[in-house]
Design a protein around this ligand. Structure first.
Ligand code: HMG
Ligand code: MG
Length: 318
């Protein structure tokens, strides 16, 4: 049967670490995490956020992470940017680096922007309504594109919202279309709360696909209710070919109370082994499952707990 290429966006260093309570994770640990992920074959990695450190303290050191990372060719080290201030900070950093390290590769070539499908969640996460966010993001996307950055968009709470209940999938479609129209190359659909069921993901995708090409969609599933891997498979069956995942199942959104991490990268790799879905890794290679299991354990132990990846736990117990 036909082979399908699946891309993974590793969000552990951003979505995974942003919600950690307690001591701020050292920059060296974050750098080591990103570098290890890339060595294991990851080609798209979210390295951090240029958000307010008052809102999300763990992402405060992202500029230092970008500066210290040893960059590999063919890898996108993206950063989450919430507003013009975040983009300005990033552009200044890029300009400074070009002056001091002539000829070296840029610190990053990609940002991601984010907006919710409901006003209530958007206000909690970004302190403004969805239409206000879309207006701000349009300006950020235009400016970033002018500076040669590619822009990925996120829509949050695509299935359910912690503040307003079930999400209207037509809203998801509207917001996803708006992001693509303003120049995002891809839109990642987030089940932020992690309570989506496969049949709901299927319904949501059916609605969104009516006006958005499925080639430009990605799936971003949190695993609060244990349905994330089933939702990944559902998204793949519906033609989605890019999946966001987090090593060790790290993560959660600070503004979605009780939500757990993303689907773990190890679990996605394991579930797709030997199937019609081939996970593409860096430079035409693959992503090494055993290395990802080790990284998931290593970072989880740094955070004082065991790996939350089911496959990571099973393989470690062998
Ligand atoms: P605000 O309070 O409306 O902003 O927050 P403001 O413009 O009034 O600024 C307030 C203060 O923040 C000021 O400092 C600004 O300078 C500073 P002060 O004068 O009080 O000292 N500030 C910044 N500092 C650093 N970087 C910036 C920045 N912007 C303002 N970029 C704001 C608005 C956007 C800043 C705030 O709401 C924020 O940072 N939100 C980020 C929330 C966040 O990171 N959430 C988690 C990521 S999204 C997610 O996890 C979902 C996703 O995974 C998909 C899914 O699962 O659904 C992507
Ligand atoms: Mg998320």
């Amino acid at each position: 049967s036909k082979q399908h290429i699946v891309n993974i966006v590793e969000v552990g260093p951003r979505d995974g670490l942003q919600n950690e309570k307690g001591a701020v994770i050292p920059v060296e640990t974050k750098v080591e995490l990103v570098e290890r992920l890339v060595r294991a074959g990851v080609s798209n990695v979210e390295a951090g956020s240029f958000v307010s450190p008052k809102w999300v303290p763990q992402m405060g050191g992202t500029a230092d992470v970008l500066k210290r990372l040893t960059k590999e060719r063919g890898v996108h080290y993206s950063v989450l940017v919430p507003n013009q201030r975040g983009l300005d900070d990033l552009l200044l950093l890029l300009a400074q680096q070009q002056l001091t390290d002539l000829g070296s590769p840029p610190l990053t070539d990609e940002i991601s922007v984010f907006v919710a499908a409901t006003d209530a969640f958007n206000k909690a996460n970004l302190n403004c309504t969805v239409p206000e966010s879309l207006q701000k993001i349009a300006a950020v996307t235009e400016a970033a594109t002018k500076h040669g950055l590619r822009v990925r968009g996120y829509v949050s709470v695509v299935i359910a919202c912690p503040y307003s209940g079930r999400t209207d999938y037509h809203k998801v479609r509207e917001v996803a279309s708006a992001l693509l129209n303003m120049g995002c190359y891809e839109v990642s659909l987030g089940d932020t709360v992690g309570m989506g069921r496969p049949h709901e993901v299927a319904e949501m995708l059916d609605v969104v696909k009516r006006s958005v090409p499925v080639e430009q969609l990605a799936g971003h599933f949190h695993d609060t209710y244990g349905t994330a891997i089933a939702n990944v498979l559902t998204a793949l069956e519906h033609g989605v070919r890019t999946i966001d995942a987090s090593v060790g199942g790290l993560g959660g959104c600070p503004y979605s109370p009780g939500a757990t991490g993303n689907v773990s990268t190890e679990d996605v790799l394991y579930a797709l082994q030997g199937s019609q879905y081939h996970v593409a890794g860096r430079n035409g290679g693959t992503i090494n499952l055993e290395e990802m299991v080790d990284i998931g354990w290593w970072i989880s132990e740094k955070l004082g707990r065991e790996s939350a990846s089911r496959v990571g736990r099973a393989l470690r117990a062998k």
